[in-house]
Write a protein that binds this ligand. Sequence first.
Ligand SMILES: [Ca+2]
Ligand SMILES: [Ca+2]
Ligand SMILES: [Zn+2]
Length: 311
Amino acid sequence: MLPGLRLDRACQDQWRGSIKHLRPNRASDALALIRGAHANDESCAARARDLAFKRAPHGFAQHRSTATLLRRLWLATMAVALIGPATASAQDRLPDLAMATLKDFTIERTATGRKLLRYTATVVNVGAGRFQVEGSRASTAESEMSVVQRISNDAGGSSRRPTDARMYFAGDGHNHWHVRDLEQSSLDRLDNGVKVGSGAKHGFCFFDNVAFRLSLAGAPPNPFYTTCGTTGTVLSQTMGLSTGWGDAYYYYLVDQWVDITTVGPGRYRLSTTADPQNWFLESSEANNATWAELQLKKSGSPRVVRYGPPA
Ligand SMILES: [Ca+2]
Ligand SMILES: [Ca+2]
Ligand SMILES: [Zn+2]
């Protein structure tokens, strides 16, 4: 069996386009595809060879120079057939975003007379797999990057999944990359549910900076993701949260508040939701929000009445 042969969804994504353009029995098409496959991920190469061979078996036979290749193709095809069922059942290891208990509620009165409810929110990954997003753009003429989610599986492979999420650089006085609206907060009246405010923060630069639950299977003992990228000119940027790790936005950070200038004393619920637009695939989409019920006073810090479910 050839080493490293594996089928996964990433391969299919990677080669679907090329394979579609393969003309039956055109060895040149198939050879071009195979050469490309060799230059890429070996695990995907087997898949590509297999499909190329199926489309152009006679074409190959006409090429004397491809005799060796043909033998390899047979091996690859057999190997794929042999290990196909096992690897086809490779299970995705999905991340699971959730919010840790909200804390550090404080009131800021600004020089311009505004009243801001500040708080610390921590997004965590409690899933079996890492949460990884990959931004990319064609050139620096594009100010934003489109974002794919990379999903790992238990066979050691991974696949890429397109999303509607966007990445952008700076914008909040920070020279780093942000994923827009990874979290969203809402302040609602407790008695009638009417929304009275929302979180001001829209840009999220995240990485492993809070050890949240390292007892989870697959949680690395040390941070794996350590930056969200500080170079504005790059064409691609990866961000992520490992299993068991979290990323905290502390109450004193830029935009980490809800404006309550016109909100009177009383009871309110502050809710924060991870991935509110559901751009990212997770093992559970039902645990993404947490909340705290607060007694807002005329003056002084808010009192926490009770907490919603933590991650
Ligand atoms: Ca979740
Ligand atoms: Ca989601
Ligand atoms: Zn920032």
